[in-house]
Design a protein around this ligand. Sequence first.
Ligand SMILES: [Zn+2]
Length: 201
Amino acid sequence: MLDALRQPLETGETIIARANHRIHYPSRIQLIAAMNPCRCGGGTGSTCKRGARCAAEYQARISGPLLDRIDLQIEVPAVSAADLLLPPPSEGSAEVGAWVARARALQQARFEALGAKGLRTNADCTGRLLEDIARPDAEGAELLRRAAESLQLTARGFHRTMRVARTLADLDGSEAVARVHIAEALSYRGETLRQQHAHAA
Ligand SMILES: [Zn+2]
């Protein structure tokens, strides 16, 4: 079931092929998913009575190709009672919403200036145009090149990292995609999950 999401995540459409028919359904989605670190639902490693293997086996049930299509992967530590007593964050949803709206307006203006019809956000942008608008500066390009080798990024992962870095630069109000944007984008590619995946396989 989960792996059937790979096509709509990649192309924004679902194709159902039968003997004489082929139907395309529009399927542009934003996938938000959560999982426990292991089947016990507890923490990883030391806090799980079954040990690290429990987490490795459980996380390996998500296929590598599906993980490769999830741009932002974040490990969330368990919430303690002390955390619950903390004051609310100073930046609320309204502030963050305005920040995101500014970045989206920037993207829309860029695509309009380039005459790219039908594109509104970086998420819509692929191929040559993405390489043009998301090309990092020299330091960023060097980091991306080295990370692609050491993390064994797929071509898809490489382009997805560039796209996320472009968006991080837009959130910064920066026209250049710098090393810091590439580094942050790489940090969301879920290296821990993938290593455990490789370990269990
Ligand atoms: Zn466990």
